[in-house]
Design a protein around this ligand. Structure first.
Ligand SMILES: Cc1ncc(COP(=O)(O)O)c(C=O)c1O
Length: 341
């Protein structure tokens, strides 16, 4: 590490810290410019930008990991590039070529190398790419110009306690409509989740669970993470629906469960009144990694899975294998790891 920074790596939360460099590229007259690293963390945009009024913006979240031998690596950045482009398409924004996306992430990580937490602290460098519609525009229509930016922040666990189980409550609100934008990573979904999240926290829960917006009978999302359950006969089960954000962590865990742990894997409906089928449950995502679900409160009753205080053995194995791959201790499937050189 070239430069020393004064950060208590072991006690990092999930909070903004200004790092040294970020990447900005502008789309104008039908094309993206080269893009460059800048030191200023403020954007200057038109007051009439579509991102500000009509939510024409989307984002991604991925991480850079420090390995035991001091290398830095990204986990499946091609999948984030693909998902960002799905979000762009849905909101009529220009797509980012995959190589440009990965190159921008690599440039930002390299330029902020001393912010990549040391191996063994459990902390990582969170990378936040985003696309926003900018330029002068008042009517509801796509923006005349766009910015593609990437910044990064060193982070610890999203839910305090790491692998300690937390409890969730089922929300009466929906985060997305049945054929709306739930399946893409756009700001509006998150704006809609702020109130339900706050209500859940006030009730003493880590976050809330959203049910399917059509029938309110099936689990969709656990806050900003996907749900998985382990059945009593050791199947890895996770919900399927067009209004769930397709979690890269979830699809990676499905692969790990099947190919590394020899489990059966099912992507299908998970009914909120049939939680008894699971002996363990968890929330998964880039930020959450795997957060064991202690219990789920629904209509006044708390359904406890494995334990409210201890992680279950299958969840632990999934966590160890996935984080082992991410930190370079377990051999990764081909194409999952991109080294930052
Ligand atoms: C709503 C929502 N669901 C699930 C996830 C998990 O997705 P991933 O594993 O790709 O980070 C995220 C985070 O990106 C999210 O915001």
């Amino acid at each position: 590490m070239s430069k020393k920074v004064n950060i208590d790596w072991e006690n990092l939360g999930f909070d903004y810290i200004k790092t040294d460099y970020r990447y900005v590229s502008r789309w104008k007259d039908g094309k993206w410019d080269e893009g460059k690293l800048v030191e200023d963390n403020k954007l200057s945009i038109s007051e009439a930008s579509t991102a500000l009024h009509y939510g024409q913006q989307c984002f991604e979240g991925l991480k850079a990991y420090r390995t035991k031998d001091g290398k830095i690596q990204l986990f499946r950045p091609d999948q984030n590039a693909k998902r960002l482009n799905k979000s762009c398409k849905r909101l009529l924004m220009p797509e980012i070529p995959e190589e440009k996306f990965i190159d921008a992430c690599i440039q930002v990580v390299k330029a902020n190398e001393h912010y990549v937490p040391p191996y063994g602290t459990g902390a990582t460098l969170y990378i936040r790419p985003f696309v926003i519609g900018v330029g002068d525009n008042v009517g509801v229509k796509p923006a005349p110009e766009y910015l593609f930016c990437v910044f990064c922040v060193p982070v610890g666990p999203y839910f305090k306690g790491g692998l300690t189980p937390v409890n969730f409550t089922v929300s009466d609100y929906d985060r997305a409509a049945p054929e709306g934008t739930g399946g893409v990573k756009v700001g509006g979904n998150y704006a809609a989740s702020l109130l339900p999240h706050e209500l859940a926290v006030k009730k003493g829960f880590a976050d809330c669970i959203y049910l399917d917006p059509s029938t309110h009978t099936k689990i969709e999302e656990v806050g900003a993470a996907n749900f998985f359950g382990i059945t009593k006969d050791d199947k890895f089960v996770t919900p399927k629906s067009p209004s769930i954000l397709p979690s890269i962590t979830k699809y990676s865990l499905m692969h790990v469960a099947k190919e590394y742990l020899g489990m059966e894997v099912e992507e299908r409906d998970v009914y909120i009144d049939k939680l008894d089928e699971f002996k363990e449950a968890g929330a998964c995502g880039t930020a959450a990694v795997i957060t064991p679900i202690g219990g789920i409160e629904y209509k006044g009753d708390l359904h406890v899975f494995y334990s409210e205080t201890e992680v279950g053995p299958v969840t632990k194995k999934l966590y160890d294998t996935l984080t082992g791959i991410q930190f370079g201790d377990v051999e990764a499937p081909e194409g999952w790891i991109v080294e930052v050189k």
